[in-house]
Design a protein around this ligand. Structure first.
Ligand code: NIG
Ligand code: FE
Length: 412
């Protein structure tokens, strides 16, 4: 039995298998077919084309989607969706005038989330996190990277990574796990950061490798967190376990994190709210994907990543949610795409490229996800009736989704 979608108003992001990312001026083009068909067999895309070419077969279950668009499900390459409790009190403190940095300096922020998580059992952490993941799938996310980093002890980091593994095994969407032990310096090591980095290198990494709990490694390379030297030590140690870096850089300060990421062949460098000419030079003509997180800029009121500058220099850009309890408590990629257009002047074509194929690249899954390509996973967004894909970012904070399909199955 195959599922055959007919009369698709616009079938978006149709690409050959050979295209693994979209760069520079090419991001302005979103290949699509008007009045199209799309055939799904099992969990894969079997065939697609203009309605004029469709041949309906006996084995087809026909779904007429007149008036609706179909695009690949969102590929969200940066999230911290596994966390315990929330930080709504800190949110209110910020509204009253305290800065994100000031809240962190008084022992709140990431350390606050770490304390809550350490006191939460694995089952409860899984239940809380899975509820969020299910909501994200309804909002069209079909692939999701999830970081650890709210544990900050060997036991709690492993607990987080075990929960991510369980989500990988039980949620229908594609999940990639990132070890972010170097997210903040835990209270216990306040005056002895070196010992904490030793713990990451000598205890956490070997155990994570033994249990095969991570696909990538991340470090929050930032003032008052981890320096270039700290970051390099951790990336070098992680390389021995074949963990490719995806790192937090240039959120508040630019001091060479981008170049360091490129040197260590990072799959992505994420945040980039501050970008220098040197960063642009370091990133150009590399395989490292710059990832912008406009939800974080929106929520914290910090600058937005200068994505136009990156694209005008010929580079690709990916968009991700950064879903986390402190700086971006939403994983809604429809809103992220809107923000990218409204606040960073991306065109709808650029934003959709950034949130699908380039997001997949930033998770190393663009061979199977991120575009409408024969043989790729049938991870699809079927939109409500609309005149064109431009309406997705235009109607900001609206839900554009009629139905979501993950691996060839409709999500309830
Ligand atoms: O990507 N910047 C570091 N990490 C997260 C925020 C974590 C938090 O505030 O809990 C981010 O914005
Ligand atoms: Fe983050």
């Amino acid at each position: 039995m195959a599922i055959l979608f007919t009369h698709i108003k616009e079938l978006l992001q149709t690409r050959p298998q050979s295209e693994v990312k979209v760069m520079g001026t090419a991001m302005a083009d979103l290949p699509h077919i008007k009045n199209a068909f799309l055939r799904i067999q099992g969990d894969e895309i079997l065939d697609f084309g203009p309605m004029a070419d469709v041949v309906i077969q006996e084995t087809d279950e026909v779904v007429d989607v007149t008036g609706k668009l179909i695009l690949p499900a969102w590929c969200d390459s940066h999230s911290h969706v596994v966390y315990a409790g929330d930080r709504s009190q800190e949110f209110v403190d910020r509204l009253k005038g305290l800065s994100y940095e000031a809240i962190a300096a008084r022992g709140g922020g990431i350390l606050n989330s770490a304390e809550t998580l350490q006191n939460t059992c694995e089952d409860s952490l899984y239940t809380q996190s899975m509820e969020r993941v299910k909501a994200l799938i309804q909002l069209g996310t079909g692939a999701l990277e999830i970081k650890s980093g709210y544990g900050l002890s060997t036991e709690a980091e492993l607990k987080m990574l075990c929960v991510i593994k369980k989500i990988k095994e039980t949620a229908p969407l594609k999940v990639k796990a990132t070890f972010l032990g170097a997210h903040a310096i835990p209270k216990l090591y306040k005056d002895n950061k070196k010992d904490y980095i030793d713990l990451i290198i000598n205890q956490m990494l070997p155990e994570i490798d033994r249990q095969k709990l991570a696909d990538f490694v991340d470090v929050f390379c930032e003032k008052n967190y981890f320096s270039l030297e700290d970051t390099e030590r951790i990336l070098e140690a992680a390389a021995q376990y074949n963990l490719v870096p995806k790192i937090h850089v240039n959120q508040f300060n630019a001091f060479g994190g981008v170049g360091l990421g490129v040197k260590h062949k990072a799959l992505s460098v994420d945040h980039l709210e501050v970008v220098t000419d040197k960063d642009l030079k370091d990133l150009k003509n590399t395989n490292t994907m710059p990832v912008a997180l406009p939800g974080c800029s929106f929520f914290l009121g910090i600058p937005y990543t200068p994505v136009r500058k990156l694209m005008d220099s010929g580079m690709p850009v990916a968009l991700a949610s950064d879903f986390n309890p402190g700086s971006a408590p939403s994983g809604n990629m429809n809103f992220v795409v809107s923000l990218a257009c409204i606040k960073m002047n991306m065109t709808p074509e650029e934003a959709i490229n950034a949130a699908t194929l380039n997001g997949a690249y930033a998770m190393d899954i663009s061979d199977t996800h991120g575009s409408i390509t024969k043989g790729k996973k049938a991870n699809l967004i079927i939109t409500k009736n609309m005149t064109s894909f431009r309406q997705i970012p235009y109607h900001f904070a609206n839900n554009p989704i009629h139905k979501v399909m993950i691996n060839g199955t409709f999500v309830d």
